[in-house]
Design a protein. Structure first.
Length: 93
């Protein structure tokens, strides 16, 4: 489905706050802005791209905090769309 077969994403909830742990589905914050960029670790590039977009849409729609394994500390933040462009944006802090 995503990065490799069997890869999972987790939704963790406490009260009204939700965290989306995307594991290795997105390897670097730049991949949020450039969903078409691939890594050699993606076994199926097209499925990986579509999975990343679905996760970004979910995080944005539900206003979730996002955490990814390979992002630098502090790696908790929200996904947003840049005004007028429709491009995804990762903002620290």
């Amino acid at each position: 489905m995503m990065h490799i077969p069997g890869q999972v994403a987790l939704i963790i909830q406490s009260g009204k706050e939700q965290l989306l742990y995307i594991s290795n589905a997105i390897m670097h914050p730049l991949h949020i802005e450039h969903t078409d960029w691939q890594t050699n670790y993606d076994l199926d590039h097209e499925k990986a791209k579509h999975s990343r977009i679905k996760l970004l849409e979910l995080a944005h729609r539900e206003d979730m905090l996002v955490n990814a394994f390979h992002f630098d500390f502090p790696c908790l933040d929200r996904i947003d769309k840049r005004k007028g462009t429709g491009e995804w944006n990762w903002t620290y802090g």
